[in-house]
Design a protein around this ligand. Structure first.
Ligand SMILES: [Zn+2]
Length: 78
């Protein structure tokens, strides 16, 4: 799996919506790629923080928006 693929699956990975194969491939990539670990980390932290503040699940739409922001921040760093 490469970075682009991982980013495409990241949201589902966090939600544990991936098949076992994909999830395993994502984990393998994350083990070797610091950039993606950072993206995963900040995505998870942001989602967690938002949950703590609102006590509600972030609507899918907002999460998608959030994820796109993080993704574009990541792409600028490449
Ligand atoms: Zn990567």
């Amino acid at each position: 799996m490469d970075c682009e693929t991982l980013l495409a699956y990241l949201s589902d990975y966090i939600d544990r919506n991936l098949s076992e194969d994909l999830s395993q491939a994502a984990q393998d990539h994350l083990r070797t790629c610091q950039n993606c670990r950072i993206v995963l980390d900040s995505t998870q932290r942001t989602i967690l923080l938002a949950r703590q503040h609102t006590q509600t699940v972030i609507p899918a739409e907002r999460r998608q928006h959030l994820f796109e922001q993080i993704q574009s921040a990541f792409e600028k760093r490449l």
